[in-house]
Design a protein. Structure first.
Length: 109
């Protein structure tokens, strides 16, 4: 058995949740915040048997897309802030960061 921890963008949360349910997988959703853009994320905890890992990864891949987004950089904390002119920068957001961890023991009460 494995524990998949999938960190995804909030925009993909409902779509992924519905797809996991449709495929018969249960997951726990946690609200989280990303460090890079300080944007809302959702972290899914998914317990799955070893032979179904690829199926879960396929569901995540199909429902969490990378997309381009314009963001305005945060002004510098120190230095010449008076000469700082923020211009929007295009960055890629979305997709998923998935960690696969071994589970030593699982009990459901």
């Amino acid at each position: 058995m494995k524990l998949l921890i999938a960190v995804i963008q909030d925009k993909d949360s409902s779509r992924l949740s519905n797809a996991l349910i449709k495929e018969g997988f249960r997951a726990t959703k946690l609200a989280s915040t990303g460090g890079f853009l300080r944007a809302g994320n959702t972290t899914f905890l998914i317990g799955v048997e070893d032979e179904k890992i690829q199926q879960v990864l396929d569901v995540i891949r199909a429902n969490c897309k990378i997309r381009d987004q314009l963001v305005t950089p945060v002004s510098p904390v120190s230095g010449a802030a008076d000469s700082y002119i923020p211009f929007p920068v295009e960055v890629q957001v979305g997709g998923a960061a998935v960690f696969v961890l071994p589970v030593e023991r699982f009990e459901h009460f």
